[in-house]
Write a protein that binds this ligand. Structure first.
Ligand SMILES: NC(=O)c1ccc[n+]([C@@H]2O[C@H](COP(=O)([O-])OP(=O)(O)OC[C@H]3O[C@@H](n4cnc5c(N)ncnc54)[C@H](O)[C@@H]3O)[C@@H](O)[C@H]2O)c1
Length: 266
């Protein structure tokens, strides 16, 4: 057990699986009391039980992050159980692939609600509590898909781009009140939905090749970044979106430069 989040309380959404489960666990093992929130209560129950088995403090919570009443109840539960709210990790998200002609408008609304409306709702109900204590850290899971255009990904890319700029807007409003707001942009991380996508060998090979480190990321590697943003170690960081992508975005697809000098001058 570490103590980077000693005396802090945290809500992690989408904490029943993948990045959220790894982050809730890491936060708790660093001393935070953690509300493990997910739309799938049985998954949240399991993660909270695993945390308690490892000596941490965790409480499961059913939430639909797209629903105002549900998000308000989640924040109220954290205050009831733990007395305050220091860290809100808006991590729950969903994907519906598709080009504009293919995508069903209902899927557009679903992804925008789960990925973007959720961040607004989380801030709406968490900020008033953070204001009373004059501090707080809100972390949002964006994506490298919010920084450039992926194929057949119109709504996912739009939603994650919106999360990045919403992060800046929330920081602008609330950093002066001591509440820091940041986002994380993961590359491809080996979580259950990605593992299902990577069952397609061609997609797997393309993803490995795209990451300069030559592998997919692990949920724990995003949890490490979230821990830093949650902790006081990042006390002068707000409004930023931190890329954790195994070198994907840094590398130009043009590849290695060819020597332009005439042969005899080399
Ligand atoms: N895995 C990746 O490669 C990757 C890359 C970039 C960004 N992300 C983002 O990371 C976040 C976590 O994804 P993951 O890969 O860990 O997926 P995951 O499926 O393992 O976990 C997501 C969790 O969110 C929950 N959830 C879905 N809709 C919800 C709702 N309306 N209310 C509450 N909970 C809900 C699911 O039940 C699930 O447990 C998402 O925002 C995703 O867009 C993932």
């Amino acid at each position: 057990m570490g103590n980077q989040l000693a005396n802090k309380t945290a809500i992690v959404t989408g904490a029943g699986s993948g990045i959220g489960a790894a982050s809730a666990t890491r936060f708790a093992l660093e001393g935070a009391e953690v509300l493990v929130a997910d739309i799938r209560l049985h998954k949240a129950d399991q993660v909270a039980a695993d945390i308690e088995d490892q000596g941490g403090i965790a409480m499961p919570c059913e939430v639909d992050v797209a629903d105002p009443e549900s998000v308000a109840a989640m924040v109220a539960k954290c205050i009831d159980q733990f007395g305050k709210l220091d860290v809100l990790f808006n991590n729950a998200g969903t994907v519906r692939p598709g080009t504009a002609p293919d995508l069903d408008p209902a899927d557009w609304d679903l992804v925008m609600n789960v990925n973007v409306r959720s961040v607004y709702l989380g801030a709406k109900y968490a900020v008033p509590h953070m204001l009373t204590q004059g501090s707080g850290s809100i972390i949002n899971t964006a994506s490298i898909s919010g920084l450039h255009g992926d194929g057949a990904s119109v709504v996912y890319a739009a939603s994650k781009g919106a999360v990045i700029n919403l992060t800046r807007a929330l920081s602008t409003d609330h950093a002066p009140q001591g509440i820091r707001v940041n986002a994380i942009c993961p590359g491809t991380i080996a979580t259950p939905p990605v593992q299902r996508m990577m069952a397609d060998q061609e997609a797997y090979d393309r993803n490995i090749e795209a990451h300069a480190l030559g592998r997919l990321g692990e949920p724990s590697e995003i949890a490490n970044a979230a821990l830093w943003l949650a902790s006081d170690e990042s006390s002068f960081v707000s409004g930023e979106s931190i890329v954790v992508d195994g070198g994907l975005r840094a590398r130009s697809p043009i590849g290695v430069m060819v020597d332009p000098r005439p042969q005899h001058k080399r």
